[in-house]
Ligand binder design. Structure first.
Ligand SMILES: Cc1ncc(COP(=O)(O)O)c(C=O)c1O
Length: 300
């Protein structure tokens, strides 16, 4: 699965460091920390029918990540909200939109790793694109040899731009002809796929790995909450790859692709041994949530 460019995005305008500019002029300095060390944090958000879904949760995670990274000169929350509104209004975007919100540590006075060289404050980028959910109806996964980071190295709770381990897992998946790489923790239990969280359903129960090694995804949290609300048995657990092979249903969650069915893992078809699909019910209640929830663009 390879995303295609959308001609509607050829003329979009992008918010960068306080200015709205055409995409060809949206550039960061070579002295910016994101260029020098991947030293930035980010969020992906979606706009449904004039509303930004999960705004509070995404901004909380962005500010938490920036605080953990000890950024200085972090913009106020209302300024980030205003930048998102300005970007969406400038581009006349209301629906089927994905926003990549990036906050870098900002420009350095000279190249180097030391954050004390960053004396200009953070750089905020709001990149909004016309982008309906990117995954096809179902996808395949391939277990990767690359382990997901643990709190022993870089804590997966930080949503940072240093995505190299996930990218290496994606390359392995591409080479194997799969859509995404399934990444394990240091003990061999499943953590997540390279850019999405993962769930299994077996005998009516929905399970997802603990957020020890995976990003605690906003969509993942929403699915857990919606299942609880609708009395669908659902819990976090340690889950092995074998349990993925024999699950009745497997799916991924993420802002980019929403909820996506997995039809095969490592060449094993995922076979539903029951007449009904729990995943179809979860997808329906998630879609309903996107239709009624979210912060209206004019209230940003
Ligand atoms: C590694 C990783 N896992 C999972 C997700 C899904 O998270 P969310 O549901 O918050 O989009 C993302 C999204 O950025 C991600 O980068």
């Amino acid at each position: 699965m390879l995303q295609k460019s959308d001609p509607r995005n050829d003329t979009i305008k992008i918010y960068i460091d306080g200015q709205i500019v055409p995409r060809e002029n949206a550039k960061v300095s070579v002295f910016d920390s994101v260029v020098q060390g991947g030293d930035a944090v980010w969020e992906g958000l979606r706009v449904y029918n004039g509303r930004v879904f999960g705004l509070q949760e995404h901004l909380d995670r962005l500010f938490d990540s920036a605080h953990i990274m000890r950024f200085t000169g972090i913009p106020a929350r209302e300024n980030v909200r205003a930048a998102i509104r300005k970007t969406l209004e400038t581009n006349d975007m209301h629906d089927g939109v994905h926003i990549r919100l990036t906050l870098t540590r900002g420009k350095k006075i000279t190249s180097g790793m030391d954050p004390r060289l960053n004396q200009a404050g953070c750089c905020l980028i709001v990149l909004a694109e016309h982008k309906p959910p990117v995954y096809p109806e179902s996808i395949s996964l391939r277990t990767s040899s690359i382990r997901r980071n643990s709190p022993m190295s870089v804590d997966s709770k930080i949503h940072h731009n240093n995505l190299i381990n996930n990218i290496l897992a994606k390359i392995e998946a591409n080479d194997a002809g799969a859509d995404a790489g399934l990444m394990l923790d240091k003990d061999g239990f499943v953590s997540e796929a390279n850019g999405v969280n993962v769930f299994v359903i077996r005998r009516g129960e929905v399970r997802t790995p603990y957020a020890d090694y995976c990003l605690p995804g906003i969509t993942r949290a929403k699915v857990l909450a919606l299942c609880a609300e609708h009395n669908i048995p659902c819990r976090e657990a340690r889950i092995s790859v074998s349990e993925f092979y024999v699950a009745d249903e497997v799916f991924t969650t993420g802002t980019m692709g929403e909820l996506t069915r997995v039809h095969a893992v490592d060449g094993r078809d995922i076979i539903n041994k029951h007449e009904i699909s729990v995943l179809d019910s979860v997808k329906t209640i998630f879609r309903e949530a996107t239709e009624r929830e979210g912060v209206r663009i004019e209230d940003l």
